[in-house]
Structures are given as structure tokens and as C-alpha cells.
Design a binder for this molecule. Sequence first.
Ligand code: 2RA
Length: 338
Amino acid sequence: NGLRVAIVGATGMVGQEFVKILTQRNFPLKSLTLLASDRSAGKKVMFKGEEIEVKETSPDSFNDIDLALFSAGADISRHFSPIAAQKGVVVIDNSAAFRYEADVPLVVPEVNIEDAKNHKGIIANPNCSTIQMVTALYPLHKVNPIKRIVVSTYQAVSGTGSAAMEVLTAQAKTVLAGEPVTPHIYPHQIAFNLIPEIDVFFDTGYTKEEWKMLVETRKIMHAPAIALSATCVRVPVYIGHSEAVNVEFERPFPPTEARAILVQAPGVRVLDDPTVNLYPHPWMAAGTDETFVGRIREDSSHPGGLVMWIVADNVRKGAALNAVQIAEEMLKRGWLGG
Ligand code: 2RA
């Protein structure tokens, strides 16, 4: 038994994490097909001690497949996801291609797995910065509805891909050698710097990454009235997105009550004791599966409001793990395979 799974974008950063996570979680596999562009076709990837050859993605790639995990960019998803879905494949797509379509579920398992039930073949994986934030905020929203969120993000370069990680390394060495840096991939030097620009700018002055946090949070939490303002910043960190979040609720929310709820929340780990410098940070979060929360305190600018610091591995919970968890939960409910 098990599922016939295809990974599209298998040689990319998230694609490789899919392979790792399927192994780590012992996902029930009947077969694993690794797909990528013609440039990557022929590469070998180790899986459970065996070498699997990467094939070029084509329509026929999806014959006899039950589940396809996509992380190959929006263009590839837009082209191949409907072809796969037509063949009866369940697609979980990590790109932004279908996230905002009304009839495509946008799912964080700890928040709205029920939405996955009514899929029409494609389920969208949310943006990494949205996933960790709603994983932490939804348990609070359930007991005391959120009215307004102000969030600043500190996003690792792995969000851009493995080439961006190499750029950070190279630029750091260049700076330490006292030589001038030529910007690459990013509009400015990223080593020892901060870049408040992720994705394109809109004429509102917000970027598309900031817009995604607003639209996706409302859709996942079924809370169209939530007000949200985001500032998304690229930081010289390899793995792990961090977020400073101010939250206003319908009623005052004492930090002690919030902390007690978060300690029980699915997928959340509270690390919050300033007396021993205990709070999450990207270096400790990289490679883990949880969404970490610390620095929980009353918002001094809005009595009854909360401020907190949320950190997660953007390649795992922010992308590959969340998608695999959707598949696991669908399997449990009989919405997949069988
Ligand atoms: C980023 N959230 O961090 C975007 C896409 N992964 O670049």
C-alpha cells in the first residue's frame, strides 16, 4: 500500500526538503517520482539508501500518481498542476500560483485542515511568513477574535533559494576581506545588512510579500475583517524566519492567559523566560518542525493587546513540512489515496 508520490522541483531547496521529510516521517509511499526541469533531469537523489534519477517534468509524468508535491515556481505550477489534477492527482502546491483562487483551499493543518476536504484537485501551501504567524495566532483568535495585526518580519535568505545562501556566504567573506561587494540576486548587499524589499512593490508602497500576509491570513483563518499591516525584511540569516507581532483582540488578552493557551497549541513551542535569556531565534529553530513563540508581553501602546516574537524554519514548517502535514492529515481523513 502507500501512495505513488511525485515531487516537482525535486532538486530545489524545498524539493530536497520534501525528500528528507518524507523519509523522516516515514510517509506511506508506494513509489517516489522526482521531477524537475530539463536542466536538472538526469541528476541522482538519494532516498532511503537508493539513488533515484530525476526526470524531466512532462504531462505523462503524472500518469499513475496519487499525490504531487510542487515547489518549482508559479509558472511550472500554473502549467502542470491542472494537467495533474485532470488525471486525478491531488496536488499540494507550494507556489503562489493558486493561493488566492476562491475554490482552492489554502491550508495550515493546525488551523483549517477541514478546508482541504473540498479541494478540486489543487491545495495551496501558504507563504512561509504567513504559516508560522497563523499557527501561533489562530489558537488565540479562537478564544478572543483578533481585530488588528502589525507584523515586522526578519526573513532568511533561504526563502529566496540556495543560490541566495551562497551569495550571503560569498558577500560575508568579501566584506571581511575589506573588499567592496557587488549586489547579486538582491538589489543591495545582504551581508551585514537589511533589505526591506521582498517580492515586487505595489503602488501602495507595500510589497507583494506584505500583501500576501494580509490576504492569506484572512483566507486561512476565515476572518475577512482582520486588519493587518506587514513590513517584510530580508536579513543575513541562512534559515529561519522571525516575526515581531503586535495583536489587538476584541477583548483584553492578559499575557498569562495567552501563554497558557500557546503552551497547549498544536505545532507551537513556547520559549519565554527573559530571566534566563530564553526566547526563540533562527539559529536554534533551523532544522526543527515547531513554530516557536517568546517575548510574550502586554502591548504598552495598546493596553489589553499583545506583542510576541514568532520563529520557525521557513524551509520546513514554512514550506515542505506544512505541505507533507496537509497530505498526512488528508490521508488520516480518507481524503487522499484509497
Ligand atoms: C521568501 N516568502 O522568503 C518568500 C518565498 N519563500 O522569499
